[in-house]
Write a protein that binds this ligand. Structure first.
Ligand code: PAF
Length: 286
């Protein structure tokens, strides 16, 4: 059934709408997004539906998490398309503030996350990123006051950073990581996949193939450093420029030297032409 969600763009109507949802529902789940929604986001919405009686989706392309050299201006935006898609999923409320609502004149407070935000992965290449993410996500948590919030495991370090931030700031929300959705050829769904040329799109699934192959080799007992070096070479041979390809502890994100140091998560970020792709994969324990 198509139920058009309420769309709010400023804080006073948001507070009223949240209060109304609270009257009817014991639990509210939030799915924070930057729009350009795809099946990965829709699966987060479905998880949110299972976790709570009311579902709020935020759509805000957060300038604070982009460096001046990054794609803030060109980031795909299509609110009309996003709202149409969310209408089919039984979303109750769409919170779509603009920059002036989120960061009004004089805004001067920011969160400075540590711990998993300093693991030497995304933070080493995008030093501004997690400060921007945690600041906006903390605001979203305070604005919507959700009981649960859904984040994709595709942004694995982000998931860890947001979980830590909510815990450290005593924000009473359960942060849930939801599995990555993939194209048939293994490419992780991402709003940035639209930047890939047809030739790059054919190359892009190599990332997942290398993660899978590396995971299988480590599980079979091969030396972690050798496997990661081979994986990096395979990704570079395919035409990527690799920011990192690392084996890390799945909980702490600390570097691991041997399978026994796990549980292990393999994480990769690499650029193909102008597009930067990230992906990750857990190694199942036997
Ligand atoms: O993962 C994203 O889309 C963004 O980083 C988030 C969590 C919505 C914060 O802007």
């Amino acid at each position: 059934m198509v139920q058009k969600p309420q769309i709010v763009r400023t804080l006073a109507p948001l507070r009223k709408a949240i209060a109304k949802l609270r009257e009817k529902h014991e639990r509210i789940a939030l799915v924070p997004t930057m729009g350009a929604l795809h099946d990965g986001h829709f699966s987060l919405v479905r998880q949110a539906r299972k976790a709570a009686g009311a579902v709020v989706v935020s759509i805000f392309v957060n300038p604070a998490q982009f460096a001046p050299t990054e794609d803030f201006a060109s980031y795909p935006r299509d609110l009309h398309r996003d709202v149409t898609a969310l209408s089919k999923l039984g979303v109750d409320l769409i919170w779509a503030p603009n920059d002036a609502v989120m960061y009004p004149e004089g805004f001067s407070t920011a969160i400075s996350p540590g711990g998993p935000a300093k693991a030497g992965l995304e933070d080493a290449f995008r030093p501004h990123f997690f400060g921007g993410v945690t600041t906006v996500v903390a605001k979203l948590f305070l604005q919507v006051a959700p009981d649960a919030a859904m984040f994709g495991q595709k942004d694995y370090q982000q998931l860890k950073v947001v979980t830590r931030m909510a815990r450290d700031l005593d924000i009473p929300v359960t942060v849930t990581g939801c599995p990555t959705l993939r194209e048939k050829d293994g490419l992780a769904l991402s709003s940035r996949n639209v930047y890939l040329s047809p030739a790059e799109r054919r190359t892009a699934p190599i990332l997942y193939r290398v993660l899978k192959n590396s995971a299988a080799r480590i599980k079979a007992g091969e030396d972690v450093a050798t496997v990661m070096a081979d994986g990096r070479a395979a990704v570079e041979d395919a035409g990527f420029s690799v920011d990192y390809l690392e084996a890390r502890h799945a909980d702490t994100l600390a570097p691991v030297k041997a399978a026994g140091d796990g549980p292990i998560r393999l994480l990769v970020a690499a650029r193909l032409g102008k597009t930067r792709l990230i992906d990750n994969l857990g190694i199942q324990r036997t």
